[in-house]
Write a protein that binds this ligand. Structure first.
Ligand SMILES: NC(=O)c1ccc[n+]([C@@H]2O[C@H](COP(=O)([O-])OP(=O)(O)OC[C@H]3O[C@@H](n4cnc5c(N)ncnc54)[C@H](O)[C@@H]3O)[C@@H](O)[C@H]2O)c1
Length: 417
């Protein structure tokens, strides 16, 4: 069917901003990007050129973009965590529908204020809790809702971050400071808390959390380790977290750098970033504060219990989940899950790739991103927020759980919600 695309202005032209740009190229009948606000000129130009943004709508800051009268159907907010609340409130004032990257805001009070304001303004606001749209988690939910394992009793959920991912994002990178960005349990795990709330279908009532930063600290630094890996570190060659190894030799996690297109010039550009940005700093000297192991126990209304672990020091990533019911259980790893029926002993295996093939569109998060964008566009077209799998009110619940966990961990007490 030939339909007019939704027009959108994007704030932030980095990883997430580009994902929406790519979607617009793949689905020109659904989404058209007609404005970009991005501080870094090179990113702004590349974004504008690639996604066909008119020159007059390529601006440096979100403030400039939203000082103009409304000229698109929607705003996509893909700026860093500390720049979610202000642009979102302003975009609501202007009457835009919004796709807001998680988290909603930094302090819980602002999250609540924003959710209330979106309701008052009657706008469509979708928070990007994309896992709800991945075929794997949709199938898990179907198994619970149709009582395939009887009554739900408890869940063990495990999020292995991977040690290099931890060093990149939460030791050196954008989230190394939990106050300037957001605490790990929100930044990394609001997806997980949201999924748990969604699977259980009832609110969390009690939270007790434990965890600390054990490894990525100055007192754990090898003898003689300098401030930067590029400063002639004596243990660089054997350090798993060497920035020279990760970024320069292995050429991984490079998406944070604006590199020249000519391959011959990239090496020197990477070295320059390692000499001048946080990504070249020794992981033991980063003034970081995010915990590298974090355990949260929760009790939900009705008595369902959850143990949730976030672990930095793993060699692998990919969420693992064990779900216990009165008539059966489920063991899954995001690739596949096995459901065992206690009465018959019969085992059913659900393979993620086969599930993805049914509605996968090649965007990240196990197909979740594409499903989420489609849902949001449909909500805007129909002006009906109820078609979205993630209503903003529900997204707030995961944030309340995250802040409660952080309070429990820091104040060493059970927090009642
Ligand atoms: N939904 C998810 O699964 C998911 C995954 C990754 C990241 N995120 C969230 O998405 C957001 C963006 O993530 P990212 O990895 O693209 O971040 P990023 O920090 O790489 O990109 C943010 C971009 O915003 C630009 N920017 C900064 N200040 C600006 C301003 N005043 N006006 C205009 N542009 C400005 C920066 O230059 C940068 O290019 C973050 O809040 C992050 O937590 C969500």
């Amino acid at each position: 069917m030939n339909r007019k695309p939704i027009t959108a202005v994007v704030l932030g032209a980095s990883g997430r901003g580009k994902l929406y740009g790519d979607y617009s190229l793949e689905h020109p009948d659904e989404l058209k990007i007609i404005g970009i606000a991005e501080l870094v000129e090179l990113r702004r130009t590349m974004y504008g050129d690639k996604y066909g943004v008119p020159a007059e709508n390529r601006l440096a800051t979100w403030e400039e973009m939203l000082s103009r009268p409304k000229f698109a159907d929607a705003v996509i907010i893909a700026t860093p965590d500390h720049l979610h609340y202000a642009p979102c409130m302003k975009a609501l004032d202007l009457g835009y529908d919004i796709l807001l990257e998680k988290p909603i805001a930094q302090p819980l009070e602002q999250c609540q204020t924003l959710v209330d304001y979106a309701r008052e303004k009657g706008r469509i606001v979708c928070l990007t809790h994309v896992l709800r749209y991945s075929p794997y988690f949709l199938k898990l939910k179907e198994m619970i809702d149709t009582k395939r394992i009887g009554e739900l009793v408890s869940i063990q959920h495990f999020e292995p971050v991977d040690h290099i991912h931890m060093s990149h994002s939460y030791v050196r990178g954008s989230w190394h400071d939990s106050v300037k960005s957001t605490p790990l349990i929100l930044a990394k795990s609001s997806h997980d808390l949201d999924i748990l709330y969604w699977l259980i279908g009832k609110p969390c009532r009690k939270v007790a959390a434990f965890g600390s930063l054990s490894h990525f600290r100055a007192d754990q630094a090898p003898a003689g380790a300098p401030a930067r890996c590029t400063d002639g570190c004596p243990v660089e060659a054997s350090c798993p977290f060497s920035a020279l190894k990760i970024y320069y030799r292995d050429r991984t996690w490079l998406y944070v750098f604006d590199l020249p297109t000519e391959e011959s010039k990239q090496g020197e550009a990477i070295l320059n970033y390692l000499r001048t940005t946080n990504y070249g700093r020794c992981v033991y000297h980063c003034q970081n504060d995010q915990p590298d192991h974090y355990v949260t126990s929760m009790e939900f209304e009705g008595g369902v219990t959850v143990n949730f672990s976030v672990e930095a020091l793993t060699s692998y990533s990919g969420r693992r989940t064990r779900i216990m019911g009165t008539r059966g259980d489920i063991v899954g790893d995001m690739e596949s899950f096995t459901l065992t029926d206690f009465a018959t002993g019969e085992q059913s295996v659900y393979d993620s790739k086969a599930l993805d093939a049914l509605n996968y569109e090649g965007v990240g998060h196990g197909g979740g991103d594409a499903g989420m964008i489609r849902d949001w566009i449909e909500a805007i077209r129909t002006q009906d927020a109820s078609v979205m799998t993630t209503p903003l009110d529900a997204s707030l619940e995961s944030h309340r759980m995250a802040f409660a966990a952080e309070q429990s961990r820091k104040e060493e007490k059970i927090v009642f919600l």
